[in-house]
Design a protein around this ligand. Structure first.
Ligand code: PNS
Length: 161
């Protein structure tokens, strides 16, 4: 569709957190369609299967204009395939910067027509990460303020609670 601004928001989403949800909703301020792209990422051993991660995002984010897909291979190839001109990534802290900068420059080298935009999450979600959520849930901590209820239930089932 011409004139439609498409943004891709890639990640592992293992699982989606309130921080990811916040960035997806913020992206709708400047994109007509936001494609949440869940990486197969064979290098990582995710807690949730690809299908589970996709299903949880669909439960957590139901806004119009948001679609959830999975992808394998290079992000820029996926972005080109869906006519995305923007890659959205979140920057939480200085510690994120080097990796994100490296990735943005590499993606630009591979596809100069695709621009990376960094979004700052809501202040109270800045410290949040999927790995912390998994760790807290693994040891029985309360994650209800950090994830959608469907994700909280899925974590409880994974850890046999
Ligand atoms: O949430 P994550 O794990 O930080 O997301 C990383 C992700 C999936 C965005 C990144 O690993 C990625 O883009 N993988 C796809 C392969 C690729 O394109 N690699 C080159 C990026 S420079």
């Amino acid at each position: 569709m011409s004139g439609t601004r498409v943004a891709v928001y890639p990640g592992s989403f293992d699982p989606i957190t309130r921080g990811h949800e916040d960035l997806i909703r913020r992206s709708l301020a400047f994109a007509d369609r936001v494609i949440v792209a869940v990486a197969v990422n064979p290098a990582k051993q995710p807690l949730f299967t690809l299908e589970e991660r996709v299903a949880l995002i669909r439960e957590a984010v139901t806004e119009r204009g948001v679609e959830v897909r999975s992808f394998d291979g290079l992000l820029v190839d996926f972005a080109r395939g869906i006519d995305a001109t923007l890659i959205v990534r979140g920057l939480r802290a200085v510690s994120d910067f080097e990796y994100e900068f490296q990735m943005a420059l590499m993606n630009r080298t591979l596809a100069h027509e695709v621009e990376t935009v960094f979004l700052v999450p809501a202040f109270d979600l800045t410290y949040l990460s999927s790995s912390l959520v998994r760790e807290v849930a693994r040891f029985g901590g309360d994650v209800s303020a950090l994830v959608h209820p469907a994700v909280r239930q899925a974590l409880a089932r994974k850890f046999g609670r």
